[in-house]
Design a binder for this molecule. Structure first.
Ligand code: HEC
Ligand code: HEC
Length: 281
């Protein structure tokens, strides 16, 4: 009798636990989308997240590593705490600092809940054994201690702090844009040390090379999007189509295809509300 009761409790508990997992994974998948992880960590025609295309920067060429759950060449042996530390503090499990070409400078603002869900989702990706080639950086950028100094000077691990003067929709949009969405990493200009110039936030960046200019997305009517309707923002973030009928390409094409076009309508509306509030610059 008691055994039967226990079995019954077990049977009732099991689907409930499964439902929680499904919820966690669904959340993780959304965080993964807006985080744009695949844009850097998956190579053209390569297996998902097994290492990305070379990332060319003014400091040299980075090879975004394999972040599949392979235990030898990926994150298979990482704990949740290792993962959270990488995303929030920009530190490897052995304590060494990461280059900010990995945009932890934005991911640091993510909530624990989102990071836990993201790790759970990443754990479900097919493990792939593939060793990442070393970065190709000139002196002094090839010295990881230099990054320790860079972090000490220019980086503070932080959390997103909601603005109590704004409503929940605006705060959700600010979180998505400034945290997982890492929009400022491309749309905000940097100085020669690669530090974002927050006094000119979203006034337009430069990814390097002849085609690397990134547009101003503040509400300045001349330089930015001040003349855009809410529908214009929605159309570019869901379909990639600009008000003049052109489609965004390159890096922004990936942000739309893998990220903003997959968001639920509430999150999209939140991003638009936040962007429409950016002061003109
Ligand atoms: C703009 C490109 C870019 C994006 C977007 C990006 N990464 Fe990375 N990531 C990198 C680079 C480059 C490194 C290597 C940094 C280094 O070696 O210091 C890296 C390193 C990592 C590491 C450390 C891996 C290791 O073996 O030590 C983890 C974990 C990671 N990224 C996870 C993510 C996740 C999760 C996302 C999405 C939320 C993401 N990354 C988005 C470029 C990117
Ligand atoms: C990896 C770099 C990168 C990231 C991250 C990025 N963008 Fe972009 N964005 C671009 C580039 C480059 C363009 C220009 C694309 C084109 O015209 O083909 C662009 C264009 C745009 C445009 C159209 C502006 C115009 O005047 O044409 C909007 C709006 C926009 N981005 C919003 C966002 C938002 C919101 C995010 C974050 C969710 C984001 N971007 C993240 C690189 C990026």
């Amino acid at each position: 009798m008691r055994l039967a009761a226990l079995l019954l409790i077990g049977a009732l508990a099991a689907p409930a636990a499964g439902a929680v997992d499904a919820e966690l994974l669904a959340r993780g998948e959304l965080v993964f989308a807006i985080g744009g992880c695949t844009n850097c960590h998956t190579a053209k025609d390569g297996p998902p997240l097994a290492g990305g295309e070379p990332l060319r920067t003014p400091f040299g060429t980075f090879h975004p590593p394999n972040i599949t759950p392979d235990p030898e060449t990926g994150l298979g042996r990482w704990t949740e705490a290792d993962f959270i530390r990488a995303m929030r503090d920009g530190r490897a499990p052995d304590g060494s600092p990461y280059y900010p070409s990995f945009p932890y400078t934005s991911y640091t603002r993510m909530t624990d809940e989102d990071l836990v869900a993201l790790k759970a989702y990443l754990d479900t990706v097919e493990p792939v054994r593939r060793t990442t080639p070393p970065h190709e950086l000139g002196f002094p950028y090839n010295q990881r201690w230099g990054i320790r100094l860079w972090q000490a000077l220019f980086f503070t691990a932080e959390r997103f702090v909601p603005d109590p003067a704004r409503d929940a929709v605006w705060n959700r949009g600010a979180y998505l844009v400034l945290g997982p969405g890492h929009c400022g990493e491309c749309h905000t200009p940097r100085n020669s040390l690669g530090v974002l110039d927050e006094s000119r936030a979203f006034a337009g960046g430069d990814l390097g090379g002849p085609t690397g200019k990134v547009p101003n997305i503040t509400t300045d009517p001349e330089r930015g999007l001040g003349r855009w309707s809410e529908g214009d923002y929605r159309t570019v973030l869901t379909l990639g189509m600009l008000p003049n009928g052109d489609f965004v390409g390159g890096e922004m094409g990936k942000i739309v295809a893998n990220g903003t076009s997959r968001l639920p309508p509430d999150d999209l509306a939140a991003i638009v509300a936040y962007l429409k509030s950016l002061p003109p610059r």
